[in-house]
Design a protein around this ligand. Structure first.
Ligand code: AMP
Length: 398
């Protein structure tokens, strides 16, 4: 059985075809600059061979059409016939409070997704456009929505309600939702496999440290707290996002810099974080190089990030009442061994003790702890696409 996984952004579309027998991607790619000049589809075969198609791509329907053509291309395609695709799984950023699990898409679900646009005005509209395009191009093929927020719906009200008038939760849906749920769910499930223990018995802190970054406290396979909030701006300082701030700073900067609401929103999402502190880049690789060359602000950005992560680990160990495993995943978590080492320094109080040699690993599933360590530290490459395919497969097989 083959599943097509679609992840639509406002001007981009990532896709993968996953063979559910082997759980491997047999073709994948990226459509970039949809609706803009210079649009391009970059398709990769199973062996990683690259094919670039430069053509006008005015909307998501045309993008999907080109993806489907690429997938059945006799020259470099992944499959012989589109009939081989049994289901389509869509990444949907926001499911609000309506979705605690993935769902088969029908008219009622489409309406609910539209209702969530207010909560994710940048993300849900392109997700919906991708679904509509697939419905048009692949009629009759079951489609599934997999939400970034769903995994965190298990949080309790004392975790997700903010210190605001309660009516704002009722009236506007203002609460903590949490994001990166598909990734946190996937790596926590893998951790149980790696540790050969039932997920139900584990207390896990999952650190998804990429350009966007969030941490989750997971007990018995369920999210009980997470660092992102009402939006993906909260929590850790990130590549370009501020992370948590004293809320008074927001109005103070708006007044001082004469910024309107949209400008302030853009500022907090794109000009802050590691980029804003270092003044160099949002990419941790560039920042690490600059810090090694003695750049003080680059060093400061790394130190802030490390401190933020350590702070959440401490907080979530308290929330969980102990921790069996800390997982590092996503770009920084999977690759930056020096950052992992810095974060795990002086954490013996939690039973953390990492092996420097094992910790040199990159993008591989490895337990990097010393044999005696009570709390295991795991590097687990995330695979949101596979998680989406697994959910899709499960739902359409029922
Ligand atoms: P992601 O959002 O998961 O794709 O992660 C992207 C980020 O991971 C990049 O912006 C880099 O900052 C970071 N990254 C990737 N590789 C490395 C590496 N070898 N060392 C440090 N950071 C890395």
């Amino acid at each position: 059985m083959k599943i097509l996984v679609i992840n639509c952004g406002s001007s981009s579309l990532k896709y993968q075809v996953i063979d559910m027998t082997t759980k491997n991607a047999i073709g994948k790619g990226l459509v970039d600059r949809i609706g803009l000049q210079g649009s391009v589809l970059t398709h990769r075969t199973r062996s990683g061979e690259k094919h670039v198609i430069k053509v006008e791509i005015p909307n998501h329907t045309v993008a999907i059409k080109l993806v489907l053509e690429a997938l059945v291309s006799p020259e470099y395609g992944a499959i012989g016939d589109l009939k081989e695709i049994c289901g389509i799984g869509h990444r949907v950023v926001h499911g609000g409070e309506k979705f605690a699990n993935s769902v088969i898409i029908n008219d009622a679900v489409m309406k609910a997704l539209k209702d969530c646009i207010e909560l994710a005005p940048l993300h849900n509209p392109p997700n919906i456009a991708g679904i509509k395009a697939c419905q048009k191009m692949m009629p009759g093929v079951p489609q599934v929505a997999v939400f970034d927020t769903a995994f965190h719906q298990s949080m309790k009200p004392n975790t997700y309600i903010y210190g605001l008038p309660y009516e704002y939760y009722k009236k506007y849906g203002i609460r903590k939702y949490g994001f990166h749920g598909t990734s946190h769910k996937y790596v926590s499930q893998r951790a149980a496999v790696l540790l050969k223990k039932p997920l139900k018995e584990l207390k896990i802190i999952s650190c998804h440290l990429g350009n966007g970054a969030s941490i989750s406290a997971i007990r018995g396979g369920k999210s009980i707290d997470t660092s992102m909030g009402f939006t993906p701006l909260d929590g850790l300082m990130m590549g370009t996002r501020s992370g948590a701030l004293d809320p008074a700073i927001v109005t103070y900067i708006m007044c001082r810099e004469n910024l309107n609401v949209d400008q302030m929103n853009d500022f907090l999402n794109t000009k802050c974080g590691a980029l804003g502190v270092s003044g160099i880049s949002s990419d941790f690789r560039d920042i690490e190089v600059a810090a090694e060359q003695g750049n003080i602000r680059a060093r400061l950005a790394l130190d802030i990030f490390e401190h933020d992560v350590r702070q959440y680990i401490g907080a979530y160990a308290a929330v969980l009442g102990g921790v069996d495993a800390i997982i590092f995943t996503a770009g920084v978590g999977e690759n930056a061994s020096s950052m992992r080492e810095a974060i795990c320094k002086n954490m013996e109080y939690l039973g953390v003790s990492i092996d420097r040699e094992k910790n040199k690993v990159r993008s591989e599933e490895v337990d990097v702890s010393k044999p005696h360590a009570r709390c295991r530290v795991l590097v687990i490459p995330t695979n949101e696409e596979l998680m989406i395919a697994l959910d899709t497969h499960e739902l359409i097989s029922k």
